[in-house]
Design a binder for this molecule. Structure first.
Ligand SMILES: Nc1ncnc2c1ncn2[C@@H]1O[C@H](COP(=O)(O)OP(=O)(O)O)[C@@H](O)[C@H]1O
Ligand SMILES: [Mg+2]
Length: 445
């Protein structure tokens, strides 16, 4: 027997916590069912499609504001009205597109009523709507896939976290079908060149909507809000993550966004040495620090290339596996790990995953500033390059002020990597031991 409307509603309530029971209490079941999927009932004014001749609708708002949801609802509205037939869905990674934009709680499948639910074929990276319109999934990690296909509508989620700006440029080049091709961008901000440019554009092509996390409090789980408060309240980063402010450069920070942007590259020359550096978290568990895992290499001419940021909050065996996977993926020469808090543990968890990986344990015998300054100087000299964009790492680099504030794990791992590759290059000559590092057991193989 098929489910009753009440049962379907109960399922939907569970799926979509945003649909509060109070609002629907006064309606008949049929009305409730219709209302459930009527976005005009639920959306806040800022989430409604703006009028005007804009080409880009930029929703620049705090985490949990309700950005992804209007992104999905905008696509639905355009598809249903027949204005969109070939849609591009682009997220930071393939997993983000699938898990958030398509299958997520505020994603494309969830916003359609069951009888119109689109068909998703993951292997084809395609969503087919009930009226025959289609949407293709793209990852900003693979900008080349966006070269060629044309679209009449696009949805770009978390644009400020995309690794390659080229993905945006290609998307815009291909957005040329139909009378009025448009894109909705749903993202928390970062002070990247692209976000700044879009946000301050005043020629009418960009409609900007901003808002804070708290505007959607009624629809957010209390745990989520508590976690956001714990993590960000009173911090500078919180102004970005919760209030959606585009932060200026920080007075006293050692790194400069403009320099990182200027030296950014897409490809590397041949690298003569590659390391995976780890800054292990002291404890593991939900509330612990992250374990910084950064991969970098050095070219023949002595310039550094930051290849990957695999930082994670995880148990020792999980971060060890991730670091060793990165070691193999990048064909690295060595793992460099900070051993301050229990060198034996760090070494043994790595060995348990792969006993043959060369490990170099390093200990910080001087302050962070002393270690970080020579690495920041390499950037200033334009001798360090990021291969693509590493949003969280770059946030840490450009907002950490020495001697103040918490421990930035990604920054620490990056400093260890470049110290090994460049600052500490003299290590190859056995007599020179840099004062800042006490070498615990070099070249364990
Ligand atoms: N106007 C609204 N009414 C009801 N629920 C909403 C509304 N806007 C967002 N939500 C819900 O709030 C939660 C967070 O929204 P989401 O779009 O995923 O946030 P963001 O992308 O900004 O982090 C989701 O469960 C979403 O369905
Ligand atoms: Mg979102």
């Amino acid at each position: 027997m098929s489910k009753s409307v009440a049962e379907i509603l109960a399922d939907l309530d569970a799926q979509m916590p945003g649909f509060s029971a109070e609002v629907v209490a006064g309606l008949s079941e049929a009305e409730r069912f219709a209302a459930m999927y009527d976005w005009s009932v639920w959306r806040r004014p800022k989430q409604a499609t703006p009028g005007g001749g804009w080409r880009v609708w930029l929703i620049l708002a705090g985490r949990g504001f309700g950005k992804t949801r209007p992104g999905a609802e905008f696509v639905r509205e355009q598809v249903i009205s027949g204005r969109a037939g070939r849609v591009a869905l682009v997220g930071a990674t393939a997993a983000d597109v699938r898990d958030t934009m398509i299958e997520g709680e505020s994603g494309l499948l969830a916003v359609f009523p069951p009888e119109e639910r689109p068909r998703y074929e993951p292997s084809k990276r395609r969503v087919t709507f009930h009226n025959g319109a289609t949407a293709s999934a793209f990852s900003a990690d693979e900008p080349d896939r966006l070269r060629g296909p044309n679209h009449d509508l696009a949805w770009a989620d978390e644009l400020a976290a995309w690794r390659y700006v080229d993905a945006w440029d290609q998307l815009m080049l291909g957005l040329r079908l139909g009378d009025h091709p448009r894109v909705v961008v749903t993202t928390t901000p970062r002070p990247t060149e692209l976000i700044r440019r879009l946000a301050r554009s005043d020629d009418g092509t960009v409609h900007v909507t901003t808002g804070s996390t708290y505007e959607n409090s009624a629809n957010l789980a209390p745990d989520f809000i508590a976690e956001m408060r714990r993590r960000y309240e009173g911090t500078r980063l919180g102004r970005q993550e919760l209030e959606a402010q585009i932060l200026d450069d920080v007075e006293g920070a050692l790194w400069d966004r403009a320099v990182i942007d200027e030296t950014r590259v897409t490809n590397t020359p041949p690298l003569r040495r590659i390391v995976v550096a780890i800054d292990p978290a002291v404890t593991s568990g939900e509330k612990s620090d992250e374990t910084g895992i950064v991969v970098a290499g050095v070219a023949q001419n002595g310039e550094a290339y930051v290849l990957d940021d695999r930082t994670m909050r995880a148990s020792p065996s999980d971060w060890a596996s991730a670091a060793i996977a990165a070691y193999h993926r990048h064909n690295a020469d060595m793992i460099v790990a900070e051993a301050n808090q229990g060198g034996d543990l760090v070494e043994s968890v790595l060995r348990a995953v792969d006993p043959r990986v060369p490990i170099h344990l390093v200990r910080a015998s001087r302050g962070k500033r002393t270690r970080a300054e020579p690495v920041a100087a390499i950037y200033e000299q334009r001798r360090a390059h990021h291969v693509g964009f590493f949003p969280e790492l770059e946030d840490q680099l450009c907002s950490w002020v020495p001697d103040i504030g918490s421990s930035p794990d990604r920054l620490d791992a990056l400093v260890w990597a470049l110290t090994d590759l460049i600052v500490d290059r003299a290590r190859a000559a056995p007599v020179v031991i840099p004062a800042s590092l006490e070498q615990v057991s070099p070249w364990r193989i």
